[in-house]
Design a binder for this molecule. Structure first.
Ligand code: SF4
Ligand code: SF4
Length: 135
């Protein structure tokens, strides 16, 4: 089994295509939608975790392309250098996916990598350069 993170870019007019339905039904893939920016008459963007057999993932991505939808694989990850973090919370204000949040029990920062969209906004927002990008 393999797991990838990918963004799908839908051209205007194509956001209604049931792509995720087909990825699940026809290619046996497990889909987790991390972020959706969909507007019926404009371009749309979906960020997905896709899990399945390597061949099924390849065929699923080929199907996506055949539907006229571009995809981009995430190759980078975000590293939280926890020991240097002062838990100021500044990064949580810019995180669009709630991957970064404050634990209300002790107001410490928590980082849920699974939800991360690798948008890098936290990297720019951290006053101590605690968040960085790894390739
Ligand atoms: S902005 Fe930087 S120092 Fe502040 S909580 Fe986030 S990672 Fe930690
Ligand atoms: S890169 Fe940072 S701001 Fe963007 S989703 Fe990931 S944790 Fe949140």
């Amino acid at each position: 089994m393999k797991k990838i993170k990918v963004s799908l870019i839908y051209p205007a007019g194509d956001v209604g295509k049931p792509i995720t339905y087909h990825l699940v039904k026809d290619f046996n893939l497990v889909i987790n939608i991390l972020h959706a920016d969909i507007n019926l008459n404009k371009m749309g963007k979906l960020v997905l975790d896709i899990e399945g057999e390597e061949e099924d993932i390849e065929n699923g991505l080929k199907f996506v392309e055949e539907q006229g939808i571009k995809y981009k694989l995430f190759t980078k990850t975000i590293i939280w250098q926890e020991d240097d973090c002062i838990h100021c919370g500044a990064c949580t204000a810019v995180c669009p996916s709630n991957a970064l949040s404050m634990d209300k029990a002790d107001w410490s920062l928590t980082f849920d990598k699974e939800k991360c969209l690798v948008c890098e906004l936290c990297v720019k927002s951290c006053p101590l350069n605690v968040m960085c990008v790894s390739i």
